[in-house]
Design a protein around this ligand. Structure first.
Ligand code: UDP
Length: 310
């Protein structure tokens, strides 16, 4: 008997967002092939998965990808994605965004699958348009330290559109804004895991710069729902998925300190080079095309995340 379950490849499936995608798909009766080379992902993120519908392959997608079975969907989420990760792994970040995305597109075409690229709000750089709409081309420094990530993702979007336009591949692009939730690495350097672990240990909370820069944080389950709707849509241009609830980083630090009942002090460190001053998604497209909007507010999401970090 043929197995009628749809088969999905998740690149970066052992990472923070990738592992939540694996869970979402397995709950909905897909077979999942999780591919990861574990440079920033971790087997701990997938160790709870016990079903025979799940397979892990340790592979660096910068090298050719060979999968013997049929594939119906590809979620392309492999990349270092936190500022300290891509500063430490600049070449790998460029290679996975460029060569890795090329390999994923070649595989998607050969398998006649649907594919979604994990892009990022970083394509907008330090934005001069606020909130950011998908039509805004961005303000990116190609030779700054963040350029390795921003330009890799901009190239990844360009090659994805070329495969869509010239090769007729069924591609989709999600521009992911700041996302948080269980399975973020404690020491990945991002604001939310840093502040929660500092607050829980009553250590200094390290705000970079004045703390007046803003971000808008989306709980991971909302993000995954938007991604799933987008890959199943007929829309092939980039779509922002994020929560428009914007706050300053100092407000974020104070909220986390309060929710953790922490005695930490807030201290100020240097602002990293090219750190965007503001960031907030315009989600009109996601609302109209996907009928999607975030459901989990910040207080609810941050409580769940703090519980997980405990
Ligand atoms: N940030 C901070 N303290 C930290 C980590 C980050 O003040 O320990 C700031 C960072 O400078 C940026 C914001 O928090 O302005 C969000 O940083 P994150 O690394 O989470 O992601 P980004 O949005 O910059 O990619």
């Amino acid at each position: 008997m043929m197995n009628s379950k749809k088969i999905v490849l998740v690149t970066g499936g052992a990472g923070f967002i990738g592992s939540h995608i694996c869970d979402y798909l397995l709950e909905r009766d897909f077979k999942v092939i999780c591919m990861d080379n574990l440079i920033t992902g971790s087997l701990r993120n997938i160790e709870h998965i016990k079903t025979g519908d799940f397979e892990f392959i340790n592979h660096n997608i910068t090298e050719e990808i060979t999968v013997n079975c049929n594939i119906d969907y590809v979620f392309h989420f492999a990349s270092p994605a936190s500022p300290i990760d891509y500063l430490q792994l600049p070449i790998q970040t460029l290679k996975v965004g460029a060569l890795g995305t090329h390999n994923v597109l070649g595989l998607t075409k050969a398998k006649r699958a649907k594919m979604i690229l994990a892009s990022t709000s970083e394509v907008y750089g330090d934005p001069k348009v606020h909130p950011q709409t998908e039509e805004y081309w961005g303000n990116v420094n190609p030779v700054g330290p963040r350029g390795v990530y921003d330009e890799a993702k901009r190239f990844a979007e360009a090659i994805t559109m070329a495969y869509y336009r010239q090769q007729g591949v069924d591609t989709h692009i999600v521009r992911i804004f700041n996302t948080y939730g269980p399975r973020m690495r404690k020491n990945d350097g991002r604001a939310i895991p840093a502040f929660i672990s500092q607050a829980l240990e009553n250590k200094d909370i390290t705000v970079f710069g004045s703390g007046k820069q803003t971000r808008s944080f989306c709980y991971v389950s909302d993000l995954i729902e938007g991604i799933f709707r987008l890959i199943n849509s007929n829309y092939h241009y980039p779509v922002n998925i994020g929560n428009p609830d914007e706050m300053t980083i100092l407000e974020l630090a104070e909220k986390i300190k309060n929710f953790c009942n922490s005695k930490s002090n807030i201290v100020y460190h240097d602002l990293p080079i090219d750190d965007p001053l503001v960031r907030r998604p315009d989600i009109t497209k996601a609302k109209t095309i996907l009928n999607w909007e975030p459901k989990i507010n910040f207080n609810e999401g941050i409580k769940k995340t703090i519980e997980w970090f405990k």
